[in-house]
Design a protein around this ligand. Structure first.
Ligand SMILES: [Zn+2]
Length: 343
């Protein structure tokens, strides 16, 4: 982990990836001190899937839920999250509107239907460099009672890389799997605020990233929620991306709201996971940004140091053998503890 830090601070200065890959997103390094000076932004089981042995039965007019598996637990399981990830990855490359993307949407919704949440689909047509693309965010709402809401988000699409068998185990897969396991946990977790879990479509850019090419799903939902008023109820949003690396090290994303960042880092320390949440800062653009730009307290949790010189990122090397249940366990358990604090 320390080697990783040295590598990043000494060699990274600008877009990552070999030779400034055309797939680069804008990233910059910054010192922790300068970052700390920055003002707070303001303010079921399928084949091979996790133990979703939920049997729904009707007894004397009531619906009861019987968890039949001995493996079921109220705690977040990195192993379950990894199995959900494996399921998502097995669909193959999953760019927006692709057959695999649509199959994964159906799978996510089939899992959510087993839970006590309201599932909605935010469908829209994105204008992209390759033309109009139909995209769909999937939203699960676990209702609370206060009128306030918190959200945990991530993307389920993978980057379209013609000619490459890019399946995005970490980039697109782990965020999908972690959120599915989180849904299972939140389903039985007492909470007073609404909890939204959101799977964004169209996070990835077509070719090179720009202000108008990438994060299509989050940009659309932030605008929609501004118009319908939902955004005004949102007190915190945490986005996860690439959080399954076997060598997990999450840096402090510099656009993020400091109060939320401190809450997450403090919680990780309390759980004994401090070594995975690094002192270094850097800045990147991700699905938290459209919400930050609208004044929402938002944070991005991303380990953007994936393999030597980040060489697994957006390549065929981003495969299941590069990610671990333990890393997902770390991030998932921190998020569950943070969600409890945000009630
Ligand atoms: Zn990506």
């Amino acid at each position: 982990m320390h080697g990783k830090k040295t590598l990043l601070t000494s060699q990274w200065d600008g877009p990552p990836g070999p030779h400034g890959s055309p797939w680069s997103r804008r990233v910059s390094m910054r010192s922790v001190s300068s970052q700390l000076e920055q003002a707070d932004a303001g303010v079921g089981r399928g084949p091979g899937g996790p133990p979703h042995n939920l049997i729904r039965c009707s007894v004397v007019g009531a619906v009861c839920f019987l968890w039949a598996s001995a493996a079921w637990s109220a705690d977040f399981s990195g192993k379950n999250a990894l199995e959900y990830t494996r399921k998502a990855v097995a669909f193959g490359p999953r760019p927006a509107a692709s057959p695999a993307n649509l199959k994964l949407q159906a799978y996510i919704q089939s899992q959510l239907k087993l839970l006590r949440c309201q599932v909605s689909v935010d469908a829209f047509t994105a204008t992209t460099p390759i033309g109009a693309v139909a995209m769909r965010n999937i939203i699960a709402r676990f209702p609370g009672t206060t009128g306030r809401a918190v959200a945990i988000t991530g993307h389920f699409d993978t980057k379209s890389i013609p000619g490459s068998p890019f399946v995005g185990a970490n980039d697109g897969g782990t965020s999908t799997g972690l959120l599915l396991e989180l849904a299972r946990v939140v389903n039985s977790m007492p909470h007073s605020n609404d909890i939204y879990l959101i799977w964004f479509d169209g996070e990835e850019a077509y070719g090179e990233w720009s202000d108008t090419n990438g994060i299509y799903g989050s940009r659309h939902l932030a605008e929609k929620w501004t118009q319908d008023g939902t955004l005004s109820h949102l007190t915190a949003l945490i986005n996860v991306d690439m959080i399954g690396d076997v060598n997990l090290g999450i840096m402090q994303e510099g656009n993020s709201a400091l109060s939320l960042l401190h809450l997450v880092w403090q919680t990780a320390t309390e759980l004994g996971y401090g070594k995975y949440f690094l002192d270094e800062g850097f800045a990147t653009e991700d699905d938290h940004l459209p919400f930050l730009n609208k004044g929402v307290r938002a944070l991005d949790l991303i380990d953007f140091d994936y393999g030597p010189n980040n060489e697994y990122w957006h390549t065929a090397k981003d495969s299941m053998d590069k990610i671990s249940a333990h890393s997902l366990d770390v991030v998932g358990n921190v998020l569950v503890a943070v969600l409890r604090k945000l009630q």
